[in-house]
Design a binder for this molecule. Structure first.
Ligand code: ADP
Length: 209
């Protein structure tokens, strides 16, 4: 989040004079308390200042990057997961390639009849299968997928940063978000490198999620 010139000045005043009331900050800036209120709200919500009733504003001492880190460490998978694209285990490689283009994704999850995860297919898995002379309509995806229990998964209550770490550690493009059911691990979402890239850009642009 980029601070305005006035917000920077407010922080300096509070740093040097805190605890200080809103009224006094306004006085030092030759502004009315009402004009200042939105800036004080933003600075308090963003964590730069702390407001104590009947005492005034304190500087928390946290830097922009500390606050950013704090914010990122609160993000959970469920806030950012997107819709998973799945194929059935007996679908052909040809069908899977078709789904990849139609749904505009890079990773497909392979499920059984209960929508439970049994494997994953990447672009290169499908390319590899396409290089040989086999009829892609006759090769079922379960022949070429990476199968459970070797699939790296995440839970919707996991921290987004932990899911991102799994993408890096395992050198993969996407993770299925899983919910445990009596039939097995149901696929309810996906987290991909694109998810994480979007968060990164939106954080810098100060967009609201
Ligand atoms: P690509 O193969 O197109 O570079 P990935 O890097 O995502 O894409 O996949 C590399 C390999 O890892 C593939 O064989 C794929 O089946 C496997 N893979 C992809 N996602 C996962 C996952 N979540 N867990 C385990 N293996 C995966």
């Amino acid at each position: 989040m980029e601070l305005s010139e006035r917000q920077e000045k407010i922080i300096e005043i509070v740093k040097g004079n805190g605890p200080i009331t809103g009224e006094k900050i306004a006085g030092q800036l030759d502004l009315s308390r009402a004009t200042l209120r939105p800036d004080l709200t933003i600075l308090t919500m963003a964590g730069y200042l702390e407001a104590r009733p009947r005492v005034g504003y304190f500087h928390t001492g946290k830097t922009g990057s500390e606050l950013l880190t704090q914010q990122i460490q609160k993000y959970t998978v469920k806030e950012f997961q997107s819709v998973p694209v799945v194929v059935k285990e007996d679908n052909s490689v040809y069908d899977a390639i078709y789904a990849l283009f139609l749904e505009d994704v890079g990773t497909l999850f392979v499920v059984d009849n209960h929508s439970c995860l049994i494997g994953v297919l990447s672009r290169k898995d499908l390319l590899r299968a396409s290089i040989g002379n086999q009829d892609l309509n006759k090769v079922p995806v379960h022949m070429i997928m990476t199968r459970m229990p070797n699939v790296t998964i995440c839970d919707q209550d996991d921290l987004l940063i932990d899911a991102a770490q799994k993408l890096i550690t395992n050198q993969i493009d996407g993770l299925p978000v899983i919910k445990d059911t009596k039939n097995g691990p149901e696929v309810i979402g996906r987290i991909t490198k694109t998810t994480v890239t979007k968060v990164f850009v939106e954080l810098v642009n100060g967009d609201q999620f």
